[in-house]
Design a protein. Sequence first.
Length: 291
Amino acid sequence: MEGPLLLACNHPNSFLDAVILDILFKKPIWSLARGDVFKNPFYTRLLTWLKILPVYRTSEGVENLESNYTTFEACKDIFMNRGIVLMFSEGQCINEWHLRPLKKGTARLAIRSWKNGIDLNVLPVGFNYSSFRKFGKNIFLNFGGIITKDDIIINETDGKNHLSFNARLQEELAPLIFEIPTEDIMLQEKLLVVKPGKMSKIVLSLPAFIGLIFNAPFYLPLRSFARLKTSHTDHYDSVLTALLVLLYPFYLLLVAGLLCWITGSWISWLILLVLPFSAWAYVQLKDQLDK
C-alpha cells in the first residue's frame, strides 16, 4: 500500500512487531518508540539510523514533551513524501491477547496531519502471537478498514477530536485482536494452534530430532542470556529472536568448519543446509503455546 500511511497497531511483542511489518511492506517504515530509550546519544544515532523516532510520555519527564513536536514534524515530512509511519496506539508493550485503552498519540499525529492538508490514510493492524516465550510461533496478522479524515470529527476541540478518532480506531482494532485470558489454554489452542498433519509428523520426526540435538548447544545459552537481560520486562521474545537471527549464521559456519577440519571432506559444508532444515522441522512439530 502506498503512502502517506499511518499504521495504527496494538503492541504485544516489543520491536518484533515493527520488524514483521517492515518485512511485509515494500517501502521502509518509520517507527515511533518510547522516548526513554533515546537518553544515550549512541542509541539515539543507532535508532535514528534504524528509522525509529522518539515519543515521550509525561511519565518520562514533562521537559521532554517538547521533543514530540520535533518528531511530529519529522512524521509530517515523511507523509509529504508519501512515506509510512508505524505507531503503537496502546503505548506500552504487554505480552497479552487483549486490546488495551488507546492513548492519544495516534489521534494527535493523524489529526495534525489532516489539518496540515496531508491526505493521510490510517490502517489499523492487529497482532496475535501463539507464543511470547518460544522461538518459532504462529502469527495472526489482521488488517482493518482504512480510516480517512472524512470518518473523523476534526473541527471540534482537541479533546473531542481525539475521542472521535480513538472511538473509530477502537472499533476497527477490536475485531482484529484475539481476546484470550492468559489462563484459558483451551481457547488458546482453538485460536492460535495450527496442528501439523499426520504425514508431516512422520516425515519430519527424524529431521526434527536431529534439529533438537544439534541446535540445542546454540539455542539454550542464548535463551538463558535473553531471560537474564529481559527479566521483569516484555522484551524477552524480541531480544531472543534478534540474537538468534544475528548469531545463527556464525554458529553454522563454526559447526561446518569443525566438521570439515575433522573429516577433511568438503561434504561437511552441506551442514549449512542440513542444520537450518532440521531446526525448521523441529519448529513445525514442537509445542506452539507457552504452557
